[in-house]
Structure formats: structure tokens, C-alpha cells
Design a protein around this ligand. Structure first.
Ligand code: NAD
Length: 488
């Protein structure tokens, strides 16, 4: 049981053992910076390399384990996450700053992901069901197509969803028989550690799962550079994703990137305006806008533009921003001082570019010292930087569109392509939008943020690279296909 007030001392998990490092770091509570959440060992390159070697040695054992064994391991991890969701949600809210209900829901979803992949170990993918027997074009020959694990996978994750993003990488990696080196983001070591601690008690062979906490430049880069790492799955910023892709692809590693977004929510004149405002508030501002699926561009058809902006402004005025553990709070703090400064700089850029300020965008003081700001809304032009670049904070802009065709064109006028939503009562426009939005995920009359755990997640253009994550489609990344011929 992890208690709210006491700070944790967390270590690396390498080859089935807990290890300290030469240096340590701390994570602080963004709602109250005087509170240390964890003191953590900071790995260096040598420890990262030891974890990679351990994963390499464990691979023959784990990759040949039975589907039933893998299913049992994953089921046990999922069950523990679900049973401890309130306690671990509290840790997540303290370390990352999501509101407590959001944090508890995230831990529960992480548990459901492990449960889903427990089934997947048996149903499909490497070693389980799901292979194909195919008729050969040659007489007397039998053909089958099976899936095998890829090998050692390096999993590099961001700070904004510290349970669920690691879960949707670790669970399919293990389900399909790969061994894992997991590197969480520096801001959320305690969340990464607690997940590793649960996994460490799930009867995996030593070395099949390893945790290395430390800097991206040293520990993350060691995974990217190592010839022993067969596949890399990275979620984070576009710039780091690009660099990882260049290096890892050059040594022919398999690479999967989930990077940023500049997601649009289109509001047509025939929409239920209250629902549209609700989708905008949830999609753009909840979790302090720190979601890759956040609706940061609200594209509104001219006849309802002013009414939508007025209603949205009213809602923003009423939102409660405060300590993530306070009851009744809508939005917690942003993750750290640097992100707060970046968000406030974006507000300055928006003003300088001539975007019209509607609401918010100010640093706020609360009873505890934290990284609080009011949700910001601007009316922008498509050329403005706040309409083109990812902010990753509680800031959204409204773009006016004359009609549906212009709204769709604006929606697609972006280097990103993660997700896009539309609020409308027109079946014709909803169907057309689902087909023509150039993204990986579409939502109709729903917020852009908030997705299911059993279906593919990911984007197009600058938002991603490689096969999708989650659901049975995760097998495309975490397995490799083998075709077998046999004389019958
Ligand atoms: P980031 O790129 O700074 O860091 C992500 C991870 O990469 C961290 O663990 C970091 O330590 C590591 N890293 C940094 N440099 C590295 C290097 N040279 N080699 C290997 N690893 C390295 O991103 P962040 O600030 O933690 O997260 C925010 C970003 O993540 C946003 O751009 C957001 O859109 C994106 N994101 C995307 C998705 C998605 O699924 N599309 C989901 C959540 C967040």
C-alpha cells in the first residue's frame, strides 16, 4: 500500500534484481511543489546496456513459454492494477497532476489493457492461435503463415499518461513473447516503478522485463543505439521521434512512433451546440490539455460561430482549476515549471500574432504552490502558429469556416494526423468526414480525447510512424511473420 504523504525511494529493475544507481533524482508534486513524490535512481548508459543484455538472455526462455503462461502473467498484472486503482490513481495524481478521478480511470484502463492482452496471448499473435493455413499453388505442398516475437524491444514513454501508455506497449510486447526494456519519462519515475514492481511479482523469467529510469539522452539513447534491441516503440515529441527513427532505421531496427497532434473538432451549424461545447471542453482542456488527442483546433461553421464561442467562454469561466486531489476540481496543474512557462509563452505568441483573446491563459495562485493556469481560448487564423503547432497544454483556438467543405479543408491543413472529431446531426456530413479526414481516428459527436483500449490507436502524417498500437493490430509491431512450406 502506497501512502499519500510518504515519498518513495525507487530503483532500477534489471535482470530480476532491484538496483541503485550512482546518481539520484526526485519527482515533485505539480500541485504542491514542496512535496517530493519519489527519489529515484538515475541509470547511466552502463546500466541501460546491462538491462539490454539481460533482456537478450531472457528472450529464448520467454519467447518459447506457452501462451497459457503468458496469459496468466498478464492476467495477474491486470488484476492487481484493477484491484489497486484507487491507491495507484492517488500516486498518479500526485506525480503527474491529473485530477484524482482521471488518474483512477487511467490506472483502471491500464489494468484492462493487461487483461485484454492476456486473452490475446492465447487468441492471436506469436505462438497463440491466429496462424493461417493456405493452399499452395504447387501440388503436394502445404503452406502456413505464423507469427513469432520480434526479440528485445525498447519501450520509451512520455510523462502525460504514465500508466496507460507504458501498459499499451508492455502488455502486447510480453503477450507476443518479446523481452522488454522499459524507460519511463523523467517526470514520472514512481508510476513507472510501481508498474515494474507489480510486473516483478508476476512470475516472469529474470530479464524478460527490465526497468531503467534516467535521461532520454543517455538511457533512452542507449536503447536506440544498441544493436541488441530489435524493435523500438516510442511515444513523445516529434523532434525526438525523428531522431530515434533516423538512428534506429539505419541499423534496421523495427520502429514505431506515436508523436504529437494538432487535432481538430469541427462544429457544424446543425450540431447540438451544448454537446459540441461539452466535447470541446473535455477534448481541449481536461487533463490540462496534456493529451496527444487534445482538440486544439475548434473549427466552427459561420452561422453558429459566435454562439459557440459565447457558450464555450461561459463554460471556461466556470471550470475549477486546483490541486489534483481536491474534490470537485475540473483541471489540475500542468506537469512542471518548464511546461507552464512554455504554455504562457504560447499565450504571448498568440497575442503577438494578432489572435483575438477570448478567455484565460494566466498563471494562477492557489493555496499550495503549483503549476496552475487558466484554460486559454483564442480566435485564430489558419496561418497562426497556435493553429499549426502542438502546444500540449490547456490552450485551444477557434477557426471560422464558411461551410462544411472549408471546415474539412481546414481540418486536413496540418502536418499532423492523429485524430479529428465532428459535431453534427447530418448523417451525410458525418459519413463524409469519417472517410475524408486524413487521420488515424475519427469521432462523431464525441470528444477527440478518450478512446477504447481494444482497438487500434495511432495517427498518420507527422503524428506517427509504423504499425498502430493497441488491440489485435498491436501484433503487427510486436511480431514478425514467418511463412512455412512443407512437402505433404
Ligand atoms: P519527449 O519526446 O520529451 O520524451 C518522451 C520520452 O523520450 C521520454 O522518456 C524521454 O526521456 C525520451 N527521450 C528523450 N530524448 C531521447 C533520445 N534522444 N533517445 C531516446 N529517448 C529519448 O516527450 P514528452 O515531453 O515526454 O511528451 C510529450 C510529447 O509526447 C508531446 O509531443 C505529445 O504529443 C506526445 N505524445 C504523443 C502521444 C501519441 O500517442 N501520439 C501520446 C502522448 C504524448
Amino acid at each position: 500500500m502506497i501512502h499519500g504523504e510518504i515519498h518513495l525511494h525507487v530503483r532500477q529493475y534489471i535482470n530480476g534484481r532491484w538496483e541503485t544507481s550512482a546518481t539520484t533524482g526526485v519527482s515533485a508534486n505539480p500541485s504542491d511543489t514542496s512535496e517530493v513524490v519519489a527519489e529515484y535512481a538515475r541509470a547511466d548508459r552502463r546500466q541501460a546496456e546491462a538491462a539490454i543484455r539481460a533482456a537478450t538472455e531472457a528472450f529464448p526462455h520467454w519467447s518459447h513459454s506457452t501462451p497459457q503462461r503468458r496469459a496468466d502473467v498478464l492476467d495477474r498484472i491486470g488484476a492487481e492494477l484493477l484491484a489497486r486503482k484507487d491507491e495507484l490513481g492517488l500516486l498518479l495524481a500526485r506525480e503527474e497532476g491529473k485530477t484524482l478521478p482521471e488518474a483512477v480511470a487511467e490506472v483502471a484502463r491500464a489494468g484492462q489493457i493487461f487483461k485484454f492482452f492476456a486473452g490475446e496471448a492465447i487468441r492471436g499473435g506469436a505462438g497463440g492461435g491466429g496462424g493461417e493455413n493456405v493452399a499452395s499453388v504447387r501440388a503436394g505442398v502445404q503452406v502456413d503463415v505464423t507469427r513469432e516475437p520480434v526479440g528485445v524491444v525498447g519501450l520509451i514513454t512520455p510523462w502525460n499518461s504514465p500508466f496507460v501508455i507504458p501498459a499499451w506497449k508492455i502488455a502486447p510486447a510480453l503477450a507476443h513473447g518479446n523481452s522488454v526494456v522499459f524507460k519511463p519519462a523523467e517526470l514520472v519515475p514512481a508510476c513507472g516503478w510501481v508498474l515494474a514492481e507489480i510486473i516483478s511479482r508476476a512470475a516472469l523469467p529474470a530479464g524478460a522485463f527490465n526497468l531503467v529510469m534516467g535521461s532520454g539522452r543517455e538511457v533512452g539513447q542507449a536503447l536506440v543505439d544498441s544493436a541488441l534491441v530489435d524493435a523500438l516503440s516510442f511515444t513523445g515529441s516529434v523532434a525526438n521521434g525523428e531522431r530515434i527513427l533516423q538512428t534506429a532505421a539505419a541499423r534496421r531496427a523495427k520502429v514505431q512512433l506515436e508523436t504529437g497532434g494538432k487535432n481538430a473538432l469541427v462544429v457544424l451549424a446543425d450540431a447540438d451546440l451544448d454537446r459540441a461545447v461539452d466535447c470541446a471542453v473535455q477534448g481541449a482542456y481536461f487533463s490540462a490539455g496534456q493529451r496527444c488527442t487534445a482538440s486544439s483546433r475548434l473549427i466552427v461553421e459561420a452561422p453558429v460561430h459566435d454562439a459557440f464561442v459565447a457558450k464555450l467562454r461561459q463554460r471556461l469561466k466556470a471550470l475549477k482549476i486546483g490541486h489534483a486531489l481536491e474534490r470537485g476540481i475540473d483541471i489540475g496543474p500542468v506537469a512542471d515549471e518548464e511546461r507552464l512557462a512554455q504554455n504562457l509563452a504560447w499565450v504571448g505568441i498568440a497575442r503577438e500574432e494578432g489572435a483575438e483573446h477570448v478567455w484565460g491563459g494566466e498563471a494562477l495562485e492557489r493555496a499550495t504552490r503549483g503549476h496552475y493556469m487558466s484554460p486559454a481560448l483564442f480566435l485564430a487564423k489558419p496561418s497562426h502558429r497556435i493553429a499549426r503547432e502542438e502546444v500540449f497544454g490547456p490552450l485551444a483556438c477557434v477557426l471560422r469556416a464558411d461551410d462544411y467543405d472549408e471546415a474539412l479543408a481546414l481540418c486536413n491543413d496540418t502536418p499532423f494526423g492523429l485524430c479529428a472529431g465532428i459535431c453534427t446531426n447530418s448523417l451525410k456530413h458525418a459519413m463524409h468526414f469519417r472517410r475524408h479526414a486524413v487521420v488515424g481516428m475519427t469521432m462523431v459527436n464525441l470528444p477527440t480525447a478518450g478512446v477504447d483500449f481494444h482497438v487500434p490507436f495511432g495517427g498518420r502524417k507527422g503524428s506517427g510512424y509504423g504499425p498502430r498500437e493497441q488491440g489485435r493490430h498491436a501484433a503487427e509491431f510486436y511480431t514478425t511473420v514467418k511463412t512455412g512450406y512443407m512437402l505433404a
